[in-house]
Design a protein around this ligand. Structure first.
Ligand code: PLP
Length: 378
């Protein structure tokens, strides 16, 4: 079976981990600092803070800008709302509920599988504390247009909801020629097992300013400043309570090994995607997604809209090819029942989304086979 996902693990990871294991220190220490320095350089933004998962990163981001940690100028007498996409991993949305915030679903654009920005603009109100967007498959949301929508909201409501970008699919994606994490928002990456860049489990917050980064650095570990050695030597006052969301040196060592190879892996995802773009564009029963000149996807997934999805997936499976919708819509779960609303865009294609193998492990022979099978019909 040609798999849809594979763990991208450097052959050096074992050695780097072994060094940590025998060093006598396995918590958050020098390897985490080294990993953060490397990430800082790679993204081109100094305000990076590693955490133990993207889910923790999203939880922390929402806590700081929209939840109990302070709404940043919003009227707190009304319950805070977060606009978000229903087509994503549940990890995007359950942290909203965990922070005591209300979900307001934004419709999904069938052309991009990202939030429909026209619907998003319409749904911002004085209660909107934050806006969460997902770069589906790695294809960036139009961040320029989103920024203009927020400018309008700020003029209308007197405060600017913070944008949180869920970049879990999008390590290596660029918008306007710059890596994600450089567009004035909070960006959250995942280093989970099957993401482009893995640390085993882990995540990254990229903050828009040093103050927020410093605050995130404190809150990821109880609100205690580790740099001052407060933790063990003496009791110091914790001004703002925090969490246990930090990364450790074992995971950071894995990340350092994999960071050295990730560019090559992402490039192969992109090359396979370009092949499918050429070879599948005229196939009846398939709708391709948008490609705009101002952004580059990292193609963690290669997603299509297909007629008769189950038959399509069965046909591929018969020929040794894995495929899957990957993430199912979040708005139909019982725990989010009270937020349900009509989403005509998503309703129109939710049963058609499917992803086919596109990753670094897909060989020239594999991808030609995949194209031949799809061209053969289902
Ligand atoms: C993987 C994923 C997450 C969660 O990442 P973790 O690091 O596992 O917490 C969040 N959002 C999306 C869209 C994902 O695909």
């Amino acid at each position: 079976m040609i798999p849809l996902f594979k763990v991208g693990m450097s052959a050096d990871a074992g050695r780097l981990v072994s060094d940590v294991l025998s060093s006598g220190y396995i918590g958050q220490g020098p390897r985490v600092e080294e990993f953060e320095d490397a990430l800082r350089e790679r993204i081109g933004n100094p305000n990076v803070v590693t955490v133990n998962s993207a889910t923790s990163g999203l939880h922390l981001a929402l806590h700081m800008v929209a939840g109990a940690g302070g709404p940043g100028g919003a009227d707190v007498s009304v319950p805070g709302e977060v606009l978000t996409s229903p087509l994503t991993c549940t990890a995007t949305n359950w942290p909203i509920l965990a922070n005591g915030l209300r979900i307001r679903w934004v419709d999904v654009d069938p052309a991009t599988l990202n939030v429909d920005l026209t619907d998003l603009a319409r749904k911002i109100t004085e209660r909107t504390r934050a806006v969460v967007v997902v770069h589906w498959a790695g294809y960036p949301v139009d961040l320029d247009r989103l920024s203009r929508i927020l400018d309008d909201a700020e003029r209308t409501f007197g405060h600017r909801p913070v944008v949180i970008e869920d970049c879990a699919h999008a390590w290596g994606s660029t918008f306007g020629g710059r890596p994600l994490g450089n567009h004035g928002n909070i960006a959250v990456f995942s280093f989970q097992a099957i993401k482009h860049l893995t640390t085993g489990d882990g995540g990254l917050l990229v903050l828009p300013d040093p103050q927020l980064a410093e605050r995130a650095r404190l809150l990821r570990w109880y609100g205690i400043d580790r740099d001052r050695g407060q933790s063990f030597r003496c009791e110091h006052d914790v001004a703002e309570y925090g969490f246990k969301f930090h990364l450790n040196d074992i995971n950071a060592a894995i990340g350092l090994a994999n960071l050295a190879e990730v560019d090559g892996r992402v490039a192969r995802h992109q090359d396979n995607a370009a092949f499918y773009d050429r070879e599948l564009k005229d196939v009846a029963g398939i709708r391709m997604t948008e490609r705009a000149d101002d952004r580059q996807s990292s193609f963690w997934l290669y997603s299509l809209l297909v007629q008769r999805r189950q038959a399509f997936m069965d046909r591929l499976a018969e020929r040794g090819i894995d495929s899957s919708p990957v993430h199912h819509r979040n708005d139909t779960h019982s725990c989010a029942r009270e937020y349900r609303q009509l989403l005509p865009g998503l309703d129109s294609f939710a049963d058609q989304v499917v992803s086919i193998p596109v990753g670094w492990w897909v060989t020239d022979t594999d991808r030609q086979h995949i194209v031949d099978v799809i061209r053969g019909g289902w």
